[in-house]
Design a protein around this ligand. Structure first.
Ligand code: SF4
Length: 199
């Protein structure tokens, strides 16, 4: 079965792709990630994907548009309609959940739309491999978008291949990022690492 595989990054693709091929699917990678900030990080992840595609050739489609303003405008309208909320520091867990649900939905809607235009029978995402994602929320968003768009969603708990992806990306010397993608996730990550100061 031809599958449009939303691809968040090369390391996650390197673990998801062999697993899906083993299950009998023919994945085509689809890179669409306006959530990745800043732009230089987005470029770095895209270049890493291109390197992976060179080393391990497969069908791929790459969305090179970077609709930063549209993404951020919609995100703040969804998560923090009152912009002053965002100025207070960290988001609450509820706001973070809303933020990720919005982000998953944006990317899956684009995947389903492209799958439908290009005649794919089904879609899935390499985000299902990451142990850092909200797996259940992601799966539910994918199911909802699948119903709305009329394209089958292939669910597989790819987290069991997490270590395979680490091995493969280290063998291919692929860049592995240390935060999810959006500017908020970078802030959350870095502020956890830094010692708190009282001044
Ligand atoms: S943490 Fe990751 S999934 Fe959640 S909004 Fe940020 S980039 Fe998207």
């Amino acid at each position: 079965m031809r599958l449009l595989l939303h691809t968040c990054c090369a390391p996650c693709l390197s673990g998801s792709r062999p697993a899906l091929e083993e299950e009998g699917f023919e994945p085509t990678a689809f890179f669409y990630n306006p959530n990745i900030h800043p732009y230089s990080e987005w470029e770095k992840r895209l270049q890493t994907l291109e390197r992976y595609l060179y080393l391990r050739p497969m069908e791929a489609m790459i969305e090179r548009d970077y609709p930063l303003w549209g993404f951020m405008r919609e995100l703040s309208a969804t998560v923090c309609p009152d912009a002053t909320l965002a100025l207070g520091g960290m988001m609450t867990p509820e706001e973070r959940k809303k933020r990720c649900a919005f982000c998953y939905r944006k990317r899956m809607e684009a995947t389903v739309m492209t799958a439908s235009e290009k005649g794919f029978e089904a879609f899935s995402t390499t985000l299902l491999l990451s142990v850092h994602q909200d797996h259940e929320l992601l799966r539910d968003v994918c199911r909802a978008v699948s119903e709305e768009g009329g394209i089958e969603f292939i669910y597989s708990d790819l987290r069991k291949h997490w270590n395979d992806s680490k091995r493969e990306s280290s063998e291919l010397r692929l860049y592995r990022q240390n935060y999810c993608g959006c500017i908020f996730s970078e802030h959350e990550r870095l502020s956890q690492e830094r010692p708190q100061t009282s001044a």
